[in-house]
Design a protein around this ligand. Sequence first.
Ligand code: AKG
Ligand code: FE2
Length: 454
Amino acid sequence: MYAFIPRKRRKLAPPTEPAASAQSQHEQDDSESTDFKLAILASLHPNKTSDVLLDYLLAYDGSVEEATAALASSPKDALPPKRSTVTGYQSSLSSFARPAQADGEAPRPAKAVVKKGRTLHLYSPEDIEAHTPCSIIHNFLAADEADALLKELLQEAPSFRKETFQLFDRTVESPHTMRFYVDSQDEAEAQRTEYVYNGSYVPDVTQTRAEMLRVSTKVQTAVNKEIDRRTRERHPGGEKLKFQSPDAWKPNASFVNCYDGAKESVGYHSDQLTYLGPRAVIGSLSLGVARDFRVRKIVPQVDGSSADAQGQIAIHLPHNSLLVMHAEMQEEWKHSVAPAQTIDPHPVAGNKRLNVTYRCYKEYLHPRFTPKCKCSVPAVLRCVQKRAATRGRYMWMCHSGYTPGQKGCSYFVWADFDVDGRPPWAEGYKGNVNVPTAQAVDDGRGNTSNMVNE
Ligand SMILES: O=C(O)CCC(=O)C(=O)O
Ligand SMILES: [Fe+2]
């Protein structure tokens, strides 16, 4: 399930464990600053689209005050005066060098291909592969298989719901609908009563439908091939990343999203790793109306620098395309589906885009094993995304406060994971490597006394 941006902007309850909580509070505040600003703008300007709000925020160098003053005097959906031009069709970027890679780290583009405030549109599999942590397979299914799956999903879509979440004392709804599916009836029952998302059980978990299951085996084969190829061609030394699972990827759950019309969207977020584990891979199949999937790299924050030094990349997702979000994605990038100005109706789906995100839930991350917070709720797994001193480290935190009507606690511990992303209770555990890197210690900006439970 997503961690929607506004959900993460809420400040935690006052810390009760000074060392640990100081860290968690700092991380919470630091890592979500832009998202937090966007939530404020969204609450002040409810009839502006999230895209417009982001444009204003970027145009006014992150100043909420200036952006809100400009928004207040602008007509609906007007663009900000200082807004940079959007780059349109981009046929090829292959002149850019391949990433320089440090040992054990995720590959990085050799130079930023998109500047702050700009959107770079990518269409070709080569460009997407080279400049984002994703790869794409166009025309993934035979045309009739894609139509059969689309028809099944269109039958399901009326039962989808908007997700609600808590923003300070307001309950907010996601601007699209979705439903969660798991591959067996037993698992659906277990999910309803054992798995916690943002502090609550999800009552509406359904067994994966026939076409979704049939397609799942094809997605499994394709994603494993893509993981092998990408590891061989793009990872340092052709090795999997630190914390990435060496096991074959086997989907057993999916979130299915429906975007009905141009305005439906999902805000910038990283997917929750709580049940997928570190360096998760997700196979995302798009059907119906073509939409833009936007990604932006999370830039480490050093000396109060802007965390939005880079612009965003829009990946065009046509009907019947399989996007693989690779192991580099969730920890280091955020993604969204922005509202569109216009859409081309699809002959079968009309104005709707259906999207199945196939995921691999790990048995050893079942909530019966994972740490519980002081509210006695299974904790959420997060990764430090921005703060330079601890970037890339995993932590378990309380997530209850993100559920409407509930207050959270200040629970925080560093997570214990081995090189294969296994926790200590998993078979074959090789020893904790979730420790500060040399880089993090050298940065010297982190208060090392905050590094608890090591
Ligand atoms: O609709 C999409 O392509 C992305 C959906 C998404 O981000 C998610 O399910 O977490
Ligand atoms: Fe997502």
